[in-house]
Design a protein around this ligand. Structure first.
Ligand SMILES: [Mg+2]
Length: 187
């Protein structure tokens, strides 16, 4: 079983740090729950370049990025008992050292890290299961016939469909993948 685990919005709660920087610089007070759309930055009257600038700054400040849930190290370790866990992330190459430092600091172990360009490129990768929070990735991965465990976030609440299973954390992921393994054994 090959398992792809996303970083932003699945392991690292990047939006928290992103909003801290955005709110301070733009004199605003947007909260995470209000980020209920993938392209939310358009509604904040900033463009993609400004979103990316704050994103890069947030990762430079990686020590301030909280995990998406508690006991991540143990949960990812439990997940790796079910298959090979790869970190699969779409991002700029400049933030990769920060991501590696964050994962190491949180004691999250993984087989390898695959960095893809932005866009729906993850679906083409050879994995059985993807744990992701992106609506676009979820739709593309499901359309390619693979399983998506959609990590519940305010910006993906309206996404559903065949091949998409909503999870509220890694305990749900472990249950879903155990279920999938049992089904595969039967066929
Ligand atoms: Mg993500």
């Amino acid at each position: 079983m090959k398992i792809a685990v996303d970083v932003d919005g699945v392991l690292a709660d990047i939006i928290v740090t992103w909003l801290d920087i955005y709110n301070a610089e733009h004199h605003n007070s947007v909260k995470k729950d209000e980020v209920n759309h993938w392209d939310f930055f358009g509604r904040l009257n900033i463009d993609r370049a400004e979103f990316d600038r704050i994103f890069e700054l947030a990762w430079k400040n990686w020590r301030s990025i909280p995990p998406c849930e508690t006991m991540l190290s143990q949960k990812v370790s439990d997940l790796s008992k079910l298959g090979d866990v790869s970190i699969v992330t779409a991002r700029s190459t400049s933030s990769i050292p920060s991501v590696k430092a964050w994962l190491s600091d949180k004691m999250i172990s993984y087989n390898d890290m695959i960095v893809v360009d932005y866009g729906p490129l993850k679906s083409a990768l050879d994995f059985d299961v993807f744990i992701d929070d992106s609506p676009l990735n979820a739709k593309n991965i499901a359309a390619s016939g693979k399983l998506v465990l959609l990590f519940d976030q305010p910006w993906n609440r309206d996404i559903r469909g065949e091949g998409i299973v909503r999870i509220s954390g890694f305990s749900d992921a472990i249950a879903a993948i155990t279920n999938l393994s049992q089904k595969k054994e039967k066929t």
